[in-house]
Design a protein around this ligand. Sequence first.
Ligand code: ZN
Ligand code: ZN
Length: 232
Amino acid sequence: MTNAGAASAALNGSMPKPAVVSKTSAFVSTSLRRAQKLCGHYCYPSNLSKCCACEDLRPIADGYECYVDGLGYTSTAARDDGYCPVCNTKNYDRWMARVSRETEKKRLEDAERERSEAERALAAEKDRQNAVEKTAGRVTYSNGNVYVGDLLDGRPHGVGRMEYFSDSDDTAIYYEGTWAQGKHEGRGKKKYVDDNWYEGEWMDGMMHGRGVFHMNEVDILDGIFEEDEFCG
Ligand SMILES: [Zn+2]
Ligand SMILES: [Zn+2]
């Protein structure tokens, strides 16, 4: 029990790190919770009655089989490598490093998403302005989409067909039907990749009302849709 004893002794000392770290992102939990166990040591809250070190009944060895962050599975891990971040400050440091990596990654992804959304919105507005004089006809958009039909204020409005070269999730092939202010509204058929298509009622760009969705010609949803969801 010398190693575990040493670990316990270390644990009996003051926790070197604060229990709660400032919250930086709603998507990454950055608060490290801890609970006092029956053995008297603090550990991450779980249904184990004792802390990681006291629950560890493995015989003493030179190395231990364990998954180690950034290293993978190894048989040469330290005894406390598998312990929770509360019981093992190395784990805590790795955990904190991972949290900050993930937070930074998410921040970059958010920034990139915002940037491309702003770019798309700007391009869409330019396209709209270029077509603003037309009441009907053919419009080729900067993203490659081609529209033929009625227009109002530079947007599809009335009856028309859009051939998609790209859309938000790149699944649309074409839409043919009625439009209002650039969105599917009324009745129309939209064809997607993988032989999926919907024909029926639309509202504010969403499948809404009575319609039929064909999925790969195998599953057919025939009934009422509400805001893109099939309700039966
Ligand atoms: Zn623990
Ligand atoms: Zn303990």
